[in-house]
Design a protein around this ligand. Structure first.
Ligand SMILES: *Cc1c(COP(=O)(O)O)cnc(C)c1O
Length: 465
């Protein structure tokens, strides 16, 4: 027993090792020392608990180098999205095209005119870079951008209706993604929630009788992540506009997913675009930048100048302001909308939603061939028709026709295979359906094909060991 303790290599000796030395050069002595001390403590504990019965210096060195490298790798990883959910909130929602990413990265390592007016040499406004393009693609009078749509709703309500009542239909008191609950956001904005109507039906007269001197705003929430179907009724925005106009109360709409182009033409249900919502007379519209728009995380506020001006003056804006990365990437994403011919090339979210199902099938066939080229009798896979989803709470009932790969690995349960794909160096996230692994090719990128090939190659290699 005491021999084991004696055999633990001395720290000084470990530090002499060539590979450890190179780790010190890369990551610093203190960092490496901390990991060595922790690991040696672990070993002492294991000896005390009779978990190990021998000391192998070579093994210790290998483990140390593995741990040092691992600790230094970013915990933030890129993953392969084989779920077929295009705007997958857990997987980072929308992704950027290489083209846009290259343009952004070119600017990230330089200073910029973020808040500098190049014409006058004086201080400028960070929002100035994007207001014109937002106005152009939405038709709004004025615009503003904050950190996310939740912040957009909060700032809008806090500015326009603080200390007053906000009227909402009971059918629209939604929760989105766990932490965004409309009643809570209204409270957090310093407003009082005034519910009208019932879960399935709200009439114009409900709104009319709710309006008092203390009404600060009427807000409509796009119930984007669920649908009430059957015996339902809600009030047309045009009618709400009449009340809002007569009583001089701002009419706000939280659109959730900001649709710039009409996706109805691509087989999805009719949902209002941002422009259509403004055309119906809504004073202030808010939406996310990273859902259907396909850009960075942010919340866009558009609408009548007199309201947006007020919102811009709110001190809270300073706490919700967006970073230069967001401004650059939002500008480039919105600019892509000016040319419908190249939009799909530049905005992957739009490409995935609008592409021909035959193109997805070709991708799936190519991936199938690639997997088959592993020539393994342990892998059973075939092409299959799938249904993919938009996600991000948008179009909860709509499904997009898609193609994928149905996969089974001999001697490995679907749960085991799923876990091994997930623990791959570049994790591969898949669906399990009726005992099979499904890789939905709707969300598979060309560069992902090699990752999937390599991961499967590794998995079958481990099996043969
Ligand atoms: C997604 C969504 C939000 C929250 O938007 P974030 O950009 O995630 O903050 C708010 N309202 C609606 C209707 C939504 O769909």
């Amino acid at each position: 027993m005491s021999d084991l303790y004696k055999n633990i290599p001395k720290i000084d000796k470990l530090l002499e090792n060539k590979e450890i030395k190179s780790c010190i050069n890369k990551y610093g002595r203190d960092f490496v020392l901390t990991i060595i001390r922790k690991h040696l403590d672990n070993i002492r504990n294991n000896i005390a608990n009779n978990i190990i019965s021998r000391i192998d210096e070579e093994e210790i060195l290998n483990t140390l180098i593995y741990k040092i490298d691992k600790e230094n790798k970013s915990k933030f990883k890129k993953v392969v999205n084989g779920t077929g959910v295009i705007v997958h909130t857990n997987l980072g929602r929308s992704i950027f095209s290489e083209e846009i990413a290259q343009e952004i990265s070119g600017n990230l390592c330089s200073y910029s005119n973020l808040e500098y007016n190049l014409d006058t040499g004086e201080r400028g406004q960070r929002y100035d870079h994007i207001i014109d393009i937002i106005k152009e693609v939405t038709g709004a009078e004025d615009a503003l951008v904050v950190n996310n749509n939740a912040a957009a709703v909060l700032l809008t309500l806090k500015t326009l209706a603080f200390g007053k009542e906000v009227i909402v239909s009971r059918g629209e008191l939604v929760e989105i993604g766990g932490s965004f609950r409309i009643p809570d956001v209204i409270k957090e904005s310093g407003c009082t929630l005034k519910e009208v109507g019932t879960t399935n039906k709200t009439h114009l007269k409900d709104y009319i009788s709710a309006v008092t001197e203390n009404t600060g705003a009427i807000i409509k929430i796009h119930t984007s992540n669920y649908k009430i179907v059957g015996f339902t009724d809600d009030v047309d925005t045009k009618d709400l506009k009449k009340i809002s106009y007569e009583k001089n109360i701002p009419l706000i709409e939280d659109l959730g997913s900001g649709m710039i182009i009409d996706l109805h033409n691509f087989g999805l249900n009719k949902e209002p675009t941002v422009r259509e919502t403004l055309d119906r007379g809504v004073d202030v519209v808010t939406f996310s930048g990273d859902k259907l728009l396909g850009g960075p995380q942010c919340g866009v506020i558009v609408g009548k100048s007199k309201y947006i001006k007020k919102i811009k003056k709110n001190q809270l804006l300073r706490a919700l302001r967006v970073d230069k990365f967001t401004i650059m990437s939002l500008e480039l994403t919105l600019k892509a909308y000016l040319n419908p011919d190249t939009l799909s090339l530049k905005v992957p979210t739009i490409r995935m939603i609008t592409e021909d199902v035959e193109d997805v099938k070709l991708r799936a066939q190519r991936l199938l061939e690639k997997i088959n080229s592993l020539n393994s009798t342990n892998i059973h896979c075939e092409l299959m028709k799938t249904n993919s989803m938009i996600g991000g709470g948008a179009y909860p009932l709509d499904r997009l026709d898609s193609w994928g790969i149905k996969l089974k690995i001999e001697g490995s349960s679907e749960k085991e295979t799923e876990e091994r794909l997930r623990s791959n160096d570049i994790p591969i996230i898949v669906r399990i359906l009726e005992g099979n692994i499904i890789i939905d090719c709707k969300t598979i990128l060309e560069k992902d094909e090699d990752e999937i090939f390599n991961a499967l190659n590794k998995i079958i290699g481990e099996k043969n060991d």
